[in-house]
Design a protein around this ligand. Structure first.
Ligand code: 5AD
Ligand code: SF4
Length: 465
């Protein structure tokens, strides 16, 4: 019987947490842990949490309630199960988590998970362990690279963190407090990580950072490089067919980054550029440092170089002091841009942020009503964006098998999931697909070329120029 210990990791919130969870899994693989999707067979459970809105944080506590039963059942069988809370709730609440949920053995923030082997050893000896430091050492220097087999299991599209933290201090947001100051990883380290990924079969890399386009990591020439410089360099890596980056701030959309959307075929025609509100009064109160017109000017430049670019955004409705007129300005901006999709949220007061202390909070009923109207506007625009793709042939990167037999699911250059009847030999590759139908959350298509093995025409199209 194998003595391998089992690890269960659940990620909440943003893509950075997904990436961090994978890094934790890689660190623990070196300690002999193998991953499981079943909570009840795990020896260590990690909840990698999100603190961005109250609802996200509360989810963690209800999950911990369920885990408590699991843990006492295991204890009855003489088995030690350890429970860890990681991520931004851990950073923000620290020891308070253990007071509220004594089932938790370990609490550690987003900057200390490279210390996991040591933290775990301490927890195994029976103590409660809390580590919410912002250490001086760089966690990335201490992380284990993923094994090629683990990389292959994660599919052809990978996240790579290039930048972390935020110095913008939007008045609603906890990120500058939970993730700390803005920090960019050096170019050479990112190149090495991307090369390792492509050698293991990865075809698409999504550069992630809370403020990714503020990237300014040390370049090989000793100067800080911009995100655009980094993208141009990464595009030279053989077999890397697709690049994306997220999440961007409108104020950091430099001219060279806009030019990259014109000049880099590997840079996909898609951009998540949160605006939050269309009202200049609210944007100022949010400390966004841009107006609605500034944002629209950026969109215009992007569309000038890449007319088909799929734009998405985040919106907050019911920020303190938001009136019906402010909200209408947001709807007007949505009309003007014509988004391919968006995430929208009711404002949620976060402890310690300036907006939470305001005494002009918007009534819940107004938030609910505005959110519904906003989502209706976005759904309408997303449907019309997708309708424009019907009949077009797009390169699809096939990521996984679908629910139906013989079906694969891939992504279009615009990032929508596309369902296609296709042989599994196309998994992890790129092939042209004709879009035939539109669903609510995905597109449907048929292979544009026969995938038969005897057919000597190439079936795997290059996404190059
Ligand atoms: N309330 C509601 N939404 C928020 N976001 C960030 N903080 C809050 C908050 N306090 C949203 C923003 C951000 C996205 C990641 O989450 O729209 O872009
Ligand atoms: Fe939060 Fe604003 Fe920084 Fe984005 S830019 S992480 S919303 S503070």
């Amino acid at each position: 019987m194998s003595g391998a210990r089992k690890l269960y990791v659940k990620s909440y919130g943003c893509q950075m947490n997904v990436y961090d969870s994978q890094r934790m899994t890689d660190v623990l693989a070196r300690e002999g842990f193998t991953e499981t999707a079943e909570q009840d067979e795990a020896d260590l459970l990690i909840l990698n949490t999100c603190h961005i809105r109250e609802k996200a944080a509360e989810k963690v506590y209800s999950e911990l309630g369920r885990i408590r039963r699991l843990k006492s059942q295991a204890a009855g069988e003489g088995r030690q199960v350890l429970v860890a809370v990681a991520g931004c709730v851990a950073q923000a609440e620290g020891e308070e988590i253990i007071r509220r949920a004594p089932v938790v053995d370990l609490v550690f923030g987003p900057q200390t998970y490279h210390r996991l082997p040591d933290l775990l050893a301490r927890a195994e000896r029976g103590g409660k362990v809390v580590d919410t430091d912002f250490p001086v050492e760089d966690k990335f220097d201490h992380l284990a690279p993923a094994q090629p087999a683990a990389l292959r299991a994660r599919g052809p599209s990978a996240f790579v963190t290039v930048q972390e933290g935020c110095d913008k201090f939007c008045t609603f947001c906890v990120v500058p407090y939970t993730r700390g100051a803005e920090l960019s990883r050096p170019v050479a380290k990112i190149i090495a990580e991307v090369e390792r990924l492509t050698e293991a079969g990865v075809r698409e890399v999504r550069l992630i950072g809370q403020n990714v386009n503020a990237y300014h990591g040390d370049g090989p020439d000793g100067r800080p490089w911009s995100l655009a410089q980094l993208l141009f360099r990464l595009a030279e890596i053989p077999d890397l067919a697709r690049l994306r980056y997220t999440t961007s701030h409108p104020c950091d959309m430099g001219e060279d980054l806009i030019a990259a959307h014109r000049d880099l075929p590997a840079l996909m025609p898609q951009l998540h550029l949160p605006v939050q509100s269309g009202s200049d009064r609210i944007l100022a109160a949010m400390n966004r440092r841009h107006t609605g017109d500034d944002y629209l000017a950026v969109i215009e430049k992007l569309r000038a170089v890449r007319p088909d670019i799929a734009l998405t955004s985040d919106f907050i409705v019911g920020f303190p002091g938001e009136t019906e007129a402010d909200f209408r300005a947001t709807l007007a901006l949505i009309d003007e841009v014509g988004y391919a999709g968006a995430f929208s949220f009711k404002y949620s007061p976060r402890p310690g942020t300036p907006a939470a202390a305001r005494n002009d909070q918007v009534a819940e009923a107004d938030k609910v009503e505005r959110l519904a109207r906003l989502q209706q506007a976005i759904d309408r625009d997303a449907a019309s964006f997708n309708a424009g793709l019907r009949g077009r042939t797009l390169d699809i990167l096939f990521e996984k098998e679908g629910r139906r037999d013989g079906q694969l699911i891939g992504r279009s250059p615009y990032l929508q999931p596309v369902q296609v009847m296709a042989p599994t030999s196309l998994l992890n590759g790129i092939a042209p697909v004709r879009i035939t139908d539109l669903g609510t959350n995905s597109l449907f298509g048929t292979l544009a070329r026969s995938p038969h093995l005897h057919d000597d025409r190439p079936t795997i199209a290059s996404a190059g120029p």
